[in-house]
Design a protein around this ligand. Structure first.
Ligand SMILES: [Zn+2]
Length: 93
């Protein structure tokens, strides 16, 4: 993980200046020392790319949602099984 050379913090923030082509400064969140400068970033292009990648991310989110649903169904089945077992044990006591 990247560390600030001055205070060894591992959290950074991004500050952008200018429009639509911007320079972005990566700054340490703790001591505000300048870590790096990224120049002439066209945020409109970034945005367009982001929009074109949107379908991909939406797909990934839907896959995750469906996996979570399956996990939660399995969890419920296991809970019901445990309850059944407990009832059986209870009847025998
Ligand atoms: Zn720092």
């Amino acid at each position: 993980m990247a560390k600030c050379p001055k205070c060894e913090s591992t959290t950074f923030k991004l500050e952008a200046v200018g429009s639509p082509t911007k320079s972005a400064f990566i700054i340490c969140s703790e001591c505000e020392v300048l870590i790096s400068v990224m120049e002439d970033i066209d945020f409109r292009k970034w945005y367009d790319k982001l929009i074109s990648n949107h379908g991909y991310f939406e797909n990934q989110i839907n896959i995750l949602k469906s996996e979570m649903k399956t996990m939660s169904e399995k969890h419920e089945q296991q809970n019901n099984y445990i309850i059944e077992l407990l009832e059986i044990i209870n009847r025998k006591l």
